[in-house]
Design a protein around this ligand. Structure first.
Ligand code: UD1
Length: 338
């Protein structure tokens, strides 16, 4: 079934990879981004990789009038990635995060409502589970916010749940991602964090390419097999294909549903450094440091619901995540500025 899809935050890491898979599946894609934390070069590369037209607009979710005008053009569904995502920055600037992520999403929902478009895929996060009680964590686990960034994900989920309850006709997938890593296997698009990376894999790969001296391992005294933090890393192309599966299944949703997107398997920080070293072909230096405040010991997802409702599961393993991430990093040592 052919769809005309609007992608918000298309120039970002997950947005660009998803746009490519949507184009490859034959759908029409229109995307926008305010480029506050991304580069239009990613969109140019997606266009070239797909070999198909891809319209891009520079637009901000907070420009309600511009947004309404665009959405009114008519779309079968919207995939909503646009938002700020740095946990540390959110602690310093909670109002900025609320305005961009929550008010921005409310603008999008209002524009969709006015245009009669009621199919949405939203990028939520496993951060909504807060401090997890038991792994693997499933979608019924109680939600809580552990930082202002996490609060915005929870609030946007609630906007969607409330809207779908109040009004018939909405089909909404709230996709709770675990830890996205990797890159498209062309090595042409990938993650391009500005400044010092907060997340593990970009830091590891920037160390491998010589931009950082060594990986700082935040704590080796957690109650995990090797003492370092355990996470459910998922290849960004698998994640992108999860969005495609969700879009195809949306018509049967009849309301808003939250679904985990992960592999269902956890890797420790040291296991990631080891797998990355194998992909790179030499040992990546690291050093044990004190715990990072706010980090939890371990979280990985129960991914049965995604398999049952979307017919989707992750196919790419940790070696593949590292090999693909490394190809991108090696070919583009300074990201899209390379
Ligand atoms: C973080 C955010 C989460 C967000 C996700 C995706 C926090 C507390 N959580 O998840 O809300 O949805 O990113 O952007 O920031 N690590 C190191 N050294 C590093 C970086 C990380 O040892 O330089 C460790 C961490 O302690 C953790 C693991 O690697 O055990 C993964 O960390 P990271 O990539 O930052 O992701 P999360 O903390 O899981």
């Amino acid at each position: 079934m052919y769809m005309r899809i609007l992608v918000t935050g298309i120039a970002g890491y997950i947005g660009s990879h998803t746009a490519l898979e949507l184009l490859n599946a034959g759908h029409e894609v229109v995307g926008f981004d305010n480029l506050c934390n991304s580069s239009e070069e990613s969109v140019r590369r997606v266009r070239a990789l797909a070999g198909r037209p891809l319209r891009f607009e520079r637009l901000d979710l907070l420009d309600a009038a511009g947004l309404a005008l665009l959405v009114k053009e008519g779309f079968d569904a919207v995939v909503h990635f646009a938002g700020l995502k740095a946990v540390g920055e959110s602690v310093e600037k909670p109002d900025l995060y609320r305005r961009n992520n929550v008010d921005g999403s409310a603008n999008l929902l209002a524009a969709m409502r006015a245009a009669g478009c009621r199919r949405l895929v939203f990028s939520s996060s496993c951060t909504v589970y807060g401090e997890v009680k038991k792994n693997p964590v499933d979608e019924s686990h109680p939600r809580s916010a552990v930082n202002p960034y996490g609060r915005t994900k929870l609030d946007v989920e609630d906007l969607c749940f409330d809207l779908a309850k109040r009004e018939k006709g909405w089909d909404i997938a709230l996709l709770r991602y675990f830890n996205p890593v990797g890159a498209h296997d062309s090595g042409r698009i990938g993650e391009d964090p500005k400044g010092l990376p907060n997340n593990l894999m970009p830091f590891v790969m920037q160390t491998a390419v010589g931009r950082r001296e060594k990986v700082r391992v935040w704590g080796n005294d957690y109650p995990t097999p090797d003492g370092t933090g355990v996470r459910d890393y998922i290849h960004v192309v698998d994640l992108a294909l999860g969005h495609l599966a969700a879009l195809e299944k949306l018509p049967s949703f009849g309301g808003a549903r939250a679904i985990n997107l992960g592999t269902g398997r956890g890797y420790s920080v040291l296991e990631v450094v080891k797998a990355a070293s194998k992909a790179v072909g030499r040992a990546i230096p690291y050093e044990i440091q004190p715990r990072r405040p706010g980090d939890s010991a371990a979280i990985w997802g129960d991914v049965a619901l995604a398999r049952e409702t979307l017919g989707w599961s992750a196919a790419r393993d940790m070696d593949r995540m590292c090999a693909d991430h490394w190809r991108w990093q090696k070919n583009n040592p300074t990201g899209y500025a390379s």
